[in-house]
Design a binder for this molecule. Structure first.
Ligand SMILES: [Zn+2]
Ligand SMILES: [Zn+2]
Length: 289
């Protein structure tokens, strides 16, 4: 018995250790995002290849118009002729695209592209992680209300927001904050900035705050912001189906399954009480009650 208890304790310790040792972040994705962060509008505008594709092939910005592979440390110049010189420009663009794979040293892992294409999508998380993440990020927005409207699916967002509030008790959170979180934005409270961890864009929420959030009386007309359009053109959150809409869909499916569970629990409860009542009637008839 003592051996069995000791074994059980060891198993529990091992499970706990494994559970805590599992890195919460995927290192491949993390290093991809680190390379992606080196690209900005100043060092990478007007190029024919988007930053995610360069980072997928192991390249980060070394300096303006120069890329460097993080693995084999090869450099690649990405200076292009003026687009007005049509033929040379097109030739340079297609050469740049092919050199993303071929400019590595012979044994570099990135020459055969070891990074899965899934890094070009938003991070897909389990239902449990999703609820926790949204909840944590919403807390940062406490009491903040902004004028924001996504150009589509506004009713669906509202429906999921109402359900989210019912199931997780978070006080003083507004639909606009939920919309920002759902569309990939984190709130940096001290600077009043919203930030995307994928395209690395930051923007001020202040011009879009609702009147009640303004500290002094301000009669200027407030404008409405579309949070999806605030991402860089190539940001994974903007992708038509695998971007923020996949988060919304996941939440809708989660809501559906929770509602189904609730319905089946209620119906089994009512079955139980019916069985109890029948048992009582039987006892009465038998004279044992
Ligand atoms: Zn390389
Ligand atoms: Zn973004």
């Amino acid at each position: 018995m003592a051996t069995l208890n000791r074994k059980r304790k060891l198993d529990q310790t091992l499970i706990q250790k494994l559970y805590h040792d599992v890195p919460s972040k995927d290192p491949t994705r993390e290093s991809f995002l680190k390379r992606l962060k080196t690209y900005d509008v100043f060092n990478w505008s007007g190029k024919p290849v988007d930053p995610p594709l360069c980072a997928l092939h192991g390249w980060e910005i070394a300096e303006k118009d120069v890329l460097k592979c993080v693995m084999c440390h090869q450099f690649m110049s990405v200076t292009l002729p003026s687009p007005t010189k049509d033929a040379p420009y097109k030739h340079a663009c297609s050469k740049l695209k092919s050199r993303l794979a071929s400019a590595h040293s012979k044994f570099c892992l990135y020459s055969t592209n070891q990074v899965p294409d899934s890094v070009l999508e938003i991070e897909h998380v389990s239902n449990m992680e999703l609820q926790d993440t949204i909840q944590q990020q919403l807390l940062a927005f406490k009491n903040i209300e902004a004028l924001c409207k996504v150009s589509e699916l506004q009713d669906e967002i509202k429906e999921i927001f109402d359900w989210f509030l019912e199931t997780t008790a978070i006080p003083d959170v507004h639909l606009s904050s939920f919309t920002f979180v759902l569309t990939g934005w984190k709130f940096l409270q001290d600077d009043m900035l919203l930030k995307c961890d994928y395209c690395n864009r930051k923007w001020s929420i202040e011009p879009y705050l609702s009147q009640k959030n303004l500290t002094e009386k301000n009669d200027s007309v407030r404008t409405t912001v579309d949070p999806v359009a605030q991402h860089q053109r190539w940001c994974a959150w903007r992708a038509p189906t695998r971007g923020w809409k996949s988060r919304l869909l996941q939440l809708q499916q989660l809501k559906e399954s929770r509602c189904r569970e609730k319905r089946s629990r209620l119906s089994s409860d009512s079955c139980d009480s019916l069985t109890d009542r029948m048992r009582t009637v039987r006892k009465l008839l038998n004279g044992t009650l």
